[in-house]
Structures are given as structure tokens and as C-alpha cells.
Design a protein around this ligand. Sequence first.
Ligand SMILES: [Fe+2]
Length: 316
Amino acid sequence: MTEGRSCPIAYRYKPELLCAEPEKVDADVIYIIGGLYGNSCALDEIERMAREEERQGRSVELVFNGDFNWFNVSDDLFRDINERVLKHRVSLGNVDYELANPNDGAGCGCAYPDFVDQAVVERSNAIMERLQQVAARHPDIQGRLAELPRYRCLLFGGLKVLVLHGDPESLAGWGLAYEAFAGGNESILNDWFQRSDADIIACTHTCLPVLWSAQVEGRPRVVANNGSAGMGNLRSDARGLITRVALGSDHDSSLTRLHNRGVNVSLVPVEFDNRAWLSEFDRLWPIASPAADSYRERLVTGTSLEVADLLFPRRS
Ligand SMILES: [Fe+2]
């Protein structure tokens, strides 16, 4: 295996252990924020959205499930993102893990599958190398990242909400990627839900959103992959997405939603100031830099997905 393709052994865990120690969350709403990728403008907007819900009488808990670092390769932005995120309930992504505990030969730690082009993998490794140089100048933050768990199980509305980064076997697993759902992953989903006993799994890492639901052992189960909070996720749409889990109430802006025994799970857009973010991004990652080559077009135009594409299983 080469850098960026491998899955370090420290990323591995067992589905049976993921919900062994649930943490009770006393809030009306949880925002699960994956893949912020160092976008401070998206974080501004998420904080504003939470304040607005609170103004309407609903308490909101912010939960970050990894890769809040990526494009933030200046000392100021690195500190800003981490200090703001680390005030909340947080679990690690592979990017944050590799900043706290650099693995020899892991590269970006993305564990990219074969369908991802080698040039993309090499650019991601180059981004990680630059970000690690910044992180090394902030050992206090590296120390705080090193103490974070790789997953969390939240007890919310009587349900087990399993928050992780990749999939139920690896921090950087691709088993809950859009491509895995599109290719058919029912049997592994059944296995993971049975072994973890989760009601809802909220993940991210693979950068494309998914909302899936089905019965497993007579109980409704949900997977919500928010794609990216800090980059566009849909066709001609530069907005980020977060997973919102709430007692009862729908959010006016929800793109897609599912209900699981009184708990509402939806994907909600993050309409951040993209002009301000692009200006910061271009300053840090000018034309022909690895991040500009891999991500700038997506920051402007989003992906090729429509809202209807996000829902699984497919309705025939
Ligand atoms: Fe990731």
C-alpha cells in the first residue's frame, strides 16, 4: 500500500464496542458537523444557525465528527478553527488524527479506494504535509487533538446515535460512502447495525452525502452522511451540509428528512459567505497548488448530485 491508500492499524475498531458507553445529550437539537475542512466562514454560519434555533426556544448541541482541519494552513486560521471546535463535543477524523499522531507512511490517512485517481491521492498527501508543518508549531492543540476519541455514542431521545468519521470498522473506512450505497451495501449495513446496536449512524469522511433508512431486526435504523460541512455537495450549489438530529421539529431548510421514533434526522444546508471563503482559500492555496487543483472547482460549483440522489435505498 502507498501513502494515502493505506489504513493505519490505529484507525481500526470493532462495531460491538462503539455503543458500549453512550453519553446522554440533553438538548433539543444536535448538529453533527463532518468535513468542515478548515472553513471558518462555514463555522460562522453554523454558529449563527444554532443561535437562531436557540432564539426560537430550542437548545442546540454542536458535535464535530472529524476533518475540521484541512485547508487551514496559516497559524491564525489553524488556531481559530481548533479553538472554536474544541469547545464542543468532538471526535477525530483521519486528518485531525494525522495532525496529532503522524503515522509514518499514512500520508493523509484517507485510505482512498481504487476508484480515486492517484493524482488526487498525491495532492492530498501534499496538503497533509503542509498542514502538519503548521500543526507542529501548535503543540498545545496537537495535545488536545490527541486526547479526542475516534467515535462517540450519544443517547438522544431514547435512541443511540453513533457518531463516527468513516464507517463502523475504521476511522477512514469507505463502507458508508455514497459509492458504497450506490453499489449495494445492505448486508454489511445489517451486520453493522446488529453488532453496534445503534439506531442512527452519523458519518462523513467520503465527501458525498447520503440519507438511508431501513428496518434491521425489527427496528428502524438510519444512516446520515453529511458529505461536507465546508464544501458544496450538490449540483451548482456551493453550500455545505450538516446532519441535524432533533426531537420532533423539522428545520425549515432541510433538504431531506427521515423520522425514527420521534427523532427527526435531516441534512441541512450551510449557506456560508462563499465569496469571503474563496478569497481566504485563494490566499492560502493559489492557482496550481494541490488544494486548488483538487477542490477549487467544487467550492464554486458543488458536485453532480441532485437532492433525490441522496436518498437510499432507491425507490423503484
Ligand atoms: Fe476523512
